[in-house]
Every structure is written in C-alpha cells, then in structure tokens.
Design a protein. Structure first.
Length: 176
C-alpha cells in the first residue's frame, strides 16, 4: 500500500493530528501566517514538509522546508532544468512531475531525484497504471502519483506514494 502525501491547498492545522501521514505538500499560495505555524508544528512532530507551486523554491528557502516538488511536465528541456535544480537543492528532498511518457521518465530519473511523480485523472487512468507499474519495475527511484480528480481508481497502482488533496483524505480509498 502506498504512503500518502497530503497536498494542502487550504489552511487546516488539524491535519497535523493525522498520525499516519508522514509528509505534507504545502501549496505555495497558502497564507504566510498559516505556513509559518504549520511548519513549526510539523517540525516538532518530525513530519516532512515539501513545497509545491509557483513560489515553491522561495517557500522552501523561507521556511527551511525538507524539499520541493517541481512540475517539469511543461518544460521545453526538462533534463537541463532538472540537472540545475538537483545541483541547487542537493541537500533537499526533490521530486519532479513528469509528463506521463516513458522516455521522459527515464531521462528525469537519470538526474536522480528523490521521487518522480506522474499525474492521474479518471480519463486515461489505465494507461497511467501501466506506465507507473513499468516505471517501478525498472527504476529504484521512488514514484508518486499525483491524484488530480477525487474519484480516480487507484487500486492496483504499484507506486510508493499517492499525493492527494487533504480535503479528500477522509473519503479516499485505495484498496487493492
């Protein structure tokens, strides 16, 4: 069963009481006061905090977060960009979101991120399952699936992590 990474898009400090969650993904558009409080409390609980969004790099430095998830799926040259980011954040957890293509997954994995994330929607979920299962058979780099719609069927996904919106967590099921 994959581990959950809760993607926080709205302020909710009660999420830290979820003892089965070890990693949170903070959207960089969240209010500063919430981020400051959340990060401070998460650190006392030894929870991992990653930044995501337009200002993720700024947020990671400002709050001394554990790392980042960066979307390279729209990059003209994701390999070059990934190499620069890996050098810059060599002491941080670094995840990349890839286009859902084998070739790009291989190229980005050569940069040695801590994990590679793929997006999943209801439409096309079977082809993504095939891609993720293929990826995990060949690569030692962890995978993550970023769930884009609440009713996506995540059964039989051979991934290390599922990234889901925190508001979906209580109703989310991933039973095999």
């Amino acid at each position: 069963m994959p581990k959950f990474i809760l993607y926080i898009t709205e302020p909710d400090e009660s999420l830290l009481s979820k003892h089965d969650i070890e990693c949170f993904l903070l959207d960089s558009s969240l209010p500063e006061a919430f981020c400051h409080r959340f990060v401070q409390e998460a650190k006392t609980q030894d929870k991992l905090i990653l930044a995501y969004g337009v200002k993720a790099q700024e947020m990671c430095g400002k709050y001394e977060l554990d790392g980042l998830l960066l979307d390279l799926s729209k990059s003209e040259n994701p390999a070059v960009e990934a190499k620069k980011l890996r050098e810059k954040y060599k002491n941080k957890i670094l995840g990349f979101i890839s286009r859902n293509r084998r070739h790009e997954a291989m190229i980005l994995s050569e940069i040695e991120p801590d994990f590679l994330a793929f997006r999943i929607w209801q439409q096309g979920q079977e082809s993504l399952k095939e891609l993720v299962n293929w990826y995990n058979e060949l690569f030692l780099i962890q995978s993550a699936v970023f769930v884009e719609e609440q009713n996506v069927d995540c059964t039989n996904l051979e991934t290390d992590n599922l990234i889901i919106k925190s508001s979906w967590y209580k109703d989310f099921s991933c039973e095999n």
